[in-house]
Design a protein. Structure first.
Lengths: 276, 276
């Protein structure tokens, strides 16, 4: 009767899966419902017409979802590229090269992880305001890069530590300059690690609200997260369909990325946490 | 390096400077000395926000780590090798954008215009519907439930990684000595996974003290200011009322709070480890 003892366990697992999956499934069904169905049918009812795409059309046309997505991509990609380039270079410099003041710099980066984003928000706002950068996406890109750097540097430093020093020593003997060593040896050896870090940073930046909210003062600059926040307001409280559709686009976009790369995402995120 | 210093380190000190001023960049600054700091201690709203932040951080940290620990125990001892799929599914909410999740939970707990699934479930069991967002107490629990839902997979994977590292021989010898079930967990598993447990607690507290996205998107601090954490209060003071100096003081307070809590836990955990 071994299987009888295993029943409570299965119940727990089933409950768990229902708790995680059902809200998402409910979200998906909601995005196909008409306003009438929302008001009159019970909430767990399935949509009457699975091919009703009106809500999606509405979200993209009236809701400007397309612009929000474009802004998100325009802010995320450059910020991600800058973070990775600077982060990898700094990680290399801190771990492989030997120079004075290395410890202090490492400590400064560590402090950067601890300080909450709110602390630097106001001065940055003033700077951007005075240099006339407000009204573009640049404040977002610069701030994301700065905030993403400490964690990237730390993770990269750990990865470089795993590379045997002898390799770099041999390269020096062979006459490779420090830049050559970075590009031909250091960079290729941690390529996989870079990919993981980039993925983690991507989710951080893509999902950020605080910074996007602070530095986007015009409607056509909003990222997808800020846009979503204002979605209910734009349509009034009653129009549930388009809101559901917009949330769906947002949720299932990240879902697809996650489905393909889930092992890496899990590993990267938790690795970052232990070090942070 | 240069960018990091400019965007991260300079503003930290700049922000410190702001704490002794009043006003904002548009109307100019006047020097007020210690007034902002003193105002912190007399403003009842700061007290409320601080209390909410602490309450939230404690409840959520306990919740996250307990649920995560339970899940990781489930993964290791009950599902064993087959846990991959479930781990992946439960981790999924972690990568979802907070705003999307908050909108989803707003709808899940809604009462008007449509009765959401949660209230439907209550009705089904004979209880009355609850207007979850009408009072601070219930809204607080919605935030907590949402954040646990969002983060349980993360802590589960984090702790799982720690549990897998425990050598199999430990369990075998304990079983030979007659330990089983709860006893095994109590005397072998918990002591051996203490380090990773501590790091997840530190991580959790640091994250929950800085809570911003989920509260803003779910309740916007309301009703009244019953669910306003320090971060949101700081944001409102600075950008809605234009009091940059006072906002900076609140941010400073938050930073100090984070550092103190981390240091405190670090200290106590280290002492425990050397004793045990």
């Amino acid at each position: 009767m071994r299987w009888v003892r295993r029943i409570p366990g299965w119940v727990v697992v089933t409950l768990l899966l229902v708790a995680v999956v059902y809200p998402l499934f409910w979200l998906l069904t909601g995005s196909f419902k008409t306003q009438n169905e929302f008001l009159n049918n019970p909430t767990w009812a399935l949509p009457e017409d699975w091919t009703n795409l009106d809500n999606y059309v509405e979200a993209f046309t009236t809701g400007n979802l397309g612009i929000y997505i474009k802004n998100s991509i325009l802010a995320t990609v450059p910020a991600l590229a800058l973070t990775i380039i600077f982060g990898v270079a700094a990680g290399f410099a801190l771990e492989v090269m030997v120079w004075k003041g290395r410890g202090t710099v490492l400590l400064l980066f560590l402090a950067g992880i601890m300080v909450p984003g709110q602390m630097i928000l106001l001065p940055l706002f003033t700077i951007y305001f005075q240099t006339g950068l407000t009204g573009t996406l640049w404040p977002l890109i610069i701030t994301y890069t700065a905030i993403g750097l400490p964690l990237t540097v730390f993770m990269m430093a750990t990865f470089f530590r795993a590379v045997p020093r002898e390799i770099f020593e041999a390269a020096t003997l062979d006459g490779a300059s420090i830049y050559r060593q970075f590009w031909s040896i250091g960079f290729p050896m941690v390529k996989n690690a870079i990919f993981t870090v980039a993925l983690v940073q991507f989710f951080f930046i893509w999902n950020d609200l605080l910074i996007a909210l602070t530095f986007t003062n015009r409607d056509d600059l909003r990222t997808i997260q800020v846009g979503l926040l204002n979605f209910t307001g734009q349509f009034g409280q009653v129009q549930y369909g388009p809101t559901f559709a917009a949330v769906c686009v947002n949720v299932f976009g990240t879902l697809i990325i996650y489905l393909f790369l889930n092992q890496r995402v899990m590993k990267g995120m938790t690795a970052g946490a232990v070090k942070g | 390096m240069l960018v990091y210093t400019l965007v991260m380190l300079v503003p930290i000190f700049w922000s410190l400077g702001y704490t002794v001023f009043e006003g904002n960049p548009i109307i100019g600054f006047t020097f007020v000395g210690w007034d902002n700091i003193l105002q912190l201690f007399t403003d009842p709203k700061v007290g409320d926000a601080l209390l909410f932040t602490l309450k939230y951080a404690i409840v959520l940290t306990v919740g996250q780590v307990l649920v995560g620990y339970g899940l990781s125990l489930l993964y290791v001892f009950w599902l064993k090798k087959a846990s991959g799929v479930i781990r992946t599914l439960v981790f999924f909410p972690v990568v979802l954008p907070t705003v999307a999740v908050a909108l989803l939970f707003q709808a899940l707990f809604a009462i008007a215009p449509q009765i959401g699934p949660v209230n439907s479930l209550l009705n089904f069991f004979g209880a009355d519907s609850i207007d979850w967002f009408a009072s601070g107490a219930t809204a607080f629990w919605v935030i907590v439930i949402m954040d646990i839902w969002r983060s349980m997979g993360f802590y589960a994977v984090l702790l799982y990684a720690g549990l897998v590292d425990i050598p199999e021989e430990m369990f075998e010898s304990a079983r030979l000595d007659g330990a089983s079930g709860w006893k095994l967990v109590r005397h072998i598993v918990i002591p051996l996974s203490l380090p990773v447990l501590f790091s997840s607690i530190i991580f959790s507290i640091n994250g929950t003290l800085k809570v911003f996205d989920s509260v803003l998107a779910l309740t916007n601090g309301g009703p009244g200011n019953t669910t306003t954490p320090l971060t949101l209060y700081m944001y409102q003071t600075s950008f809605t009322y234009g009091e940059y100096g006072y906002g900076s003081s609140i941010a400073l307070m938050l930073t100090i709070l984070c550092l103190l809590v981390t240091l405190f836990i670090f200290r106590s955990s280290r002492r425990d480890l050397t004793k045990g």
